[in-house]
Design a protein around this ligand. Sequence first.
Ligand SMILES: Cc1cc2nc3c(=O)[nH]c(=O)nc-3n(C[C@H](O)[C@H](O)[C@H](O)COP(=O)(O)OP(=O)(O)OC[C@H]3O[C@@H](n4cnc5c(N)ncnc54)[C@H](O)[C@@H]3O)c2cc1C
Length: 387
Amino acid sequence: MNLGYTAEEERFRQELRTWLAKTLPTLPPKPNPLDWPARRAYDLGWQRTLYDAGYGELHWGATPTQHLIFLEETERAGAPYVGANFVGLLHAGPTIAAEGTPEQRQRWLPPILRGEEVWCQGFSEPEAGSDLAALRTRAVRDGAGAGAGAGAGDYIVTGTKIWTSHAEVADWCELLVRTDPTVPKHRGITWLAMPMDAPGVTIRPLRTLAGSTEFAELLLDEVRIPVSHRIGEENDGWRVTMVTLSFERGTAFVGEVIACQRVLRELAETARRNGRWDDAVLRRRLGRLHAEFRALWRLTQWNVSEAEAAERGVPGVGGSVFKLRYSHARQDLYDTAAAVLGPESLDLSHAWTLDRLSSLSYTIAAGTSQIQQNIVAERILGLPKGR
Ligand SMILES: Cc1cc2nc3c(=O)[nH]c(=O)nc-3n(C[C@H](O)[C@H](O)[C@H](O)COP(=O)(O)OP(=O)(O)OC[C@H]3O[C@@H](n4cnc5c(N)ncnc54)[C@H](O)[C@@H]3O)c2cc1C
């Protein structure tokens, strides 16, 4: 385990820092956070800027440590967040990089890196969230090669997906389907790349507490997806899904820890200005959060160090510890922001108010806290499985 940085990595950090200082002042103003088409354009534009400068590939072309340095420096400099590119850059892309064929990598990875295509995640269903393997969206083979292992022909997909983030602005969906209903539930699942403009895909936006239509319900009615869009083998989708989830929980949120540390500093400054700093209970709360986010960053470094040593750089189960602690710390941070702001915290135009509302979802999205606790208990602590 190595938690430090080499001289070469520090050089990389310095160059990136210099580039960020020069580039960030030239960016257009950030769009309204509730306007997803505008956010798509902005987020893709930022990815393109990174790509043109040679930083577009850091999410999977570089070492996990370089990725970490990239996250540290971009967050510290206040660079744009990955936004609509979250799924493509942080888990669909890395999954295709780890599990796809050379042709599939060539088809899907460059457009993500160049900021040309947005991905979404079609995993959850109305009756299959925590128990993801209970999914019922079915896919049957049609055309040449049907029933055989060949890559020709189509899957015809019918079912419903829910809570699909960024569906409204996505070009592709990492989709889980049931290809064999006769075997135990984990063994009959397949991972497909679905074009969002395929006939038979209906997107019904869902409105969040904050008024955003950032996620949607997907109705899939006999959607044809070429067999060549399958990542991994037919019925081996659960194993591929574990790769996707290990990126989603292991590395996708880590950059946000630094953003939270920045918010924490701003909270302390605001409290000093508005007189709330005199409240010893509040000060203790801010101090505890400071320790919590520092610990989370050390945990991140440990996870990254482990991933670097692992085959193909796929993060391990430690991501569940991170996800569990981080999602609660983030909620605590924005509850503390409300305590610092007082009545002002009810003003929806305040960024911290929107962040507070969205922080409620962090203990649910990407696997609930209870599920992460089960994973930690069973796979890290070796406790017996629940019934
Ligand atoms: C903001 C947000 C964005 C999301 N984006 C996406 C997306 O882009 N794509 C996608 O596919 N999904 C997405 N989701 C869905 C998310 O993955 C699911 O909501 C989550 O997996 C929980 O599933 P569920 O809602 O069906 O709850 P349920 O599975 O019904 O769980 C209800 C409660 O029961 C608990 N529970 C269930 N089983 C167990 C168990 N075995 N042990 C202990 N407790 C248990 C859960 O922890 C939870 O508290 C998103 C969710 C949110 C909130």
